[in-house]
Design a protein around this ligand. Structure first.
Ligand code: ZN
Length: 293
């Protein structure tokens, strides 16, 4: 009996922590600052109040160029200077769904834009592979899967195998297009699995959300490479990676759709199933159309 009580207490404690976390996560961390100082624009000479010229958009605080500007300009080349990349990255791992909701509902200037962020993190991810001497040649080790599938070395099986290899090799070579196609399928699967949720997101809005999810993925994958110095399909790295990514996707979608954790878990399992079905369906379609041509 005593043990049972202890388990109950632990469960209660965890659910209290979960609630406390959720209350903390819902609150926006950054608020736009309104300033009513009067200025004359140094560019177009308009008189105005606020931080930016309403006519040409120049900053009110513009002054002579300093070392700070030099540094800022240098970072701008990489798309890092203008917006707070590190805060966005931090929130992407502490309150991902709520952050994305704020981005989608008009707080864009507070966050680093998703596509820019994807490019930057992809580059850093590839660099991490280079630094740790881990070859990054696509995420799917197709040969292993195909060996199981087409065990018989019949002419037909070999032909199918070649077609599939060509398709996946093309996506490996065109990483960006691969990511976009992969994300589109993921977006569609999310839309189908969460179609009955109270909060509605359009496919375009979901696409932006999924680009942030891709950033999450690359950051976790990069941490895996740096920590385990392992190829992604090697255990334990792959197991840990998949689990962490699944948990983060689940958490993100729960927050994005304002849904309870357990309900969202069921939906995200359905999402994964839909994603699998759509991917297989599309692959079959492409193979058939290539074979016909
Ligand atoms: Zn102006």
């Amino acid at each position: 009996m005593g043990d049972c009580n202890i388990e109950l207490k632990i469960f209660k404690q965890i659910s209290t922590w979960a609630k406390q976390y959720d209350q903390w996560a819902q609150v926006r961390k950054m608020h736009p600052v309104l300033i009513n100082d009067s200025h004359v624009c140094t560019n177009c000479e308009t008189e105005y109040q606020g931080r930016f010229c309403p006519q040409c958009g120049l900053k009110a605080s513009i002054s002579r160029l300093k070392v700070k500007n030099l540094f800022q300009n240098f970072l701008d080349i990489w798309g890092l200077g203008s917006r707070p990349m590190f805060r966005t990255l931090g929130e992407l791992f502490t309150r991902p769904g709520y952050m994305i909701r704020e981005y989608l509902s008009g707080h864009q200037p507070l966050y680093f834009p998703p596509f820019k962020m994807l490019v930057v993190t992809t580059v850093i991810y590839l660099l991490a592979g280079w630094v740790r001497d881990v070859p990054i040649d696509g995420l799917i080790q197709l040969d292993a899967i195909l060996d199981g599938m087409t065990g018989d070395a019949s002419e037909r099986g070999m032909k199918l195998r070649n077609y599939l290899n060509t398709i996946f090799a093309w996506f490996d070579d065109h990483l960006a297009i691969g990511v976009i196609v992969g994300q589109s399928i993921s977006v569609l699967a999310t839309r189908i699995a969460y179609r009955k949720a109270e909060v509605k997101w359009t496919l375009v809005e979901l696409f932006f959300a999924h680009i942030y999810l891709a950033v999450q993925y690359y950051v976790i994958a990069m941490a895996c490479i740096l920590l385990f110095k392992a190829e992604l399909d090697e255990l334990p790295a792959w197991g840990v990676l998949s689990l962490v990514i699944l948990i983060y996707q689940w958490l993100t979608l729960a927050q994005l759709y304002n849904m309870g954790f357990w309900k969202s878990l069921v939906k995200s399992i359905f999402k994964a199933l839909w994603q699998f079905v759509i991917t297989v369906g599309l692959t079959v379609l492409v193979v058939i159309s290539v074979m016909v041509i």
